[in-house]
Write a protein that binds this ligand. Structure first.
Ligand code: HEM
Length: 305
């Protein structure tokens, strides 16, 4: 079952953010850790400039991410990760991968990759760095994006990243922008986002969009209320937003979870919540999420469940 299930009694036009409490992790490690890290590293080896990008001048923010992520992992999962510090000399042990590294904090020459690129290879999350009043995307390691890529968004401010913004979500996006402007250090927030997909391939970066669209078109005639549960996947992103202490940049982390629709809908309460949310989701949003072609079959399926 998905650890997060952002469906409710009706479509929620609020941004759905909540404070991340001290007992909640910034970075999550689940049973797919090893396979997802292997996939990430493979993608980064094949197309490094597609999956990782940084604009010059934000090295301090990158080190901020290393600091926050390593401390969070070592604090919440001391059996899996250990961090020792001797002044600026840091010793990192990843017991899950059986890897050890010693580096000098602040000295890029002591890491095998740029700091953000290195730390991203230790965790399942995609990582994005945003800076300034308008929250401009200045760096990112993005392997498991849902329908977008760094090529399209690097250098753009928050508002333009989301353009064109449909009128129904405009108040939400204004609230989100205010939240980013005012987010204090030490008070991370999180939210969950949902979509339904024809595939459970984790890397849905924009280069795969034409293939995935074609796959949906080809399968559409076979998506009936009898078969749809086995053919679709629920994809949920746990998104966190953290103001970083040295640079004042914002770290946007995305952990993607997915499960076959039939597995989620086997729980009648979950089936009911999905039906309630989907039947009240505005048309423009359903179109944006590519769901209009199979919505009637999906609602019939969920209602039966
Ligand atoms: C509280 C903060 C945020 C809120 C409320 C928010 C909300 C949304 C919504 C409503 C959508 C479109 C519909 C959907 O998939 O549900 C979306 C898509 C997207 N968001 Fe956000 N978002 C937030 C933060 C961010 C940040 C910090 C980034 C930085 C990279 C980002 C990048 C994107 C991208 C790239 C898309 C896809 C846009 C496209 O279709 O080209 N979001 N977001």
């Amino acid at each position: 079952m998905l650890p997060y299930f952002p469906f409710g009694q009706r479509f929620n036009e609020k941004m759905g953010t909540a404070l991340l409490s001290e007992s909640e992790r910034l970075i999550e490690v689940d049973e797919h850790y090893r396979s997802e890290i292997a996939l990430k590293r493979q993608l980064l080896a094949e197309l490094p400039e597609y999956y990782y990008q940084d604009l010059p001048g934000y090295e301090i923010a990158q080190w901020d991410v290393v600091d926050s992520v390593l401390h969070n992992l070592a604090l919440f999962a001391p059996d899996q990760f250990t961090l020792q510090q001797d002044g600026n000399r840091w010793y990192w042990r990843n017991h899950l991968l059986n890897e050890t590294i010693a580096f000098t904090f602040g000295d890029v020459t002591t890491l095998p990759h740029a700091p953000l690129d290195w730390i991203g290879r230790q965790i399942q999350e995609d990582l994005l760095l945003l800076t300034g009043h308008d929250a401009t995307l200045v760096a990112g390691q993005l392997c498991f994006a849902n329908d977008w890529s760094l090529d399209e968004k690097i250098g753009l401010p928050f508002w333009q990243i989301h353009a064109p913004i449909t009128p129904i979500v405009e108040p939400m996006m204004r609230a989100a922008q205010k939240l980013l402007e005012r987010l204090p250090v030490g008070r991370s927030v999180w939210r969950a986002n949902w979509s339904l997909k024809i595939s459970n391939q984790l890397d849905m970066t924009a280069r795969h969009t034409p293939m995935l669209k074609q796959l949906l078109t080809d399968r559409l005639p076979t998506l009936t209320s009898e078969t749809i549960g086995d053919q679709l996947f629920v994809r949920v992103e746990r998104q966190t937003l953290t103001r970083l202490p040295r640079s004042q940049a914002i770290l946007f982390g995305i952990h993607t979870y997915q499960n076959r629709l039939a597995n989620e809908a086997a729980d009648p309460e979950r089936a009911k919540l999905m039906a309630q949310t989907l039947s009240t989701t505005p048309r423009a949003m359903l179109e944006y999420k590519g769901m209009t072609g199979y919505l009637p079959a999906l609602l019939t399926y969920l209602t039966r469940k």
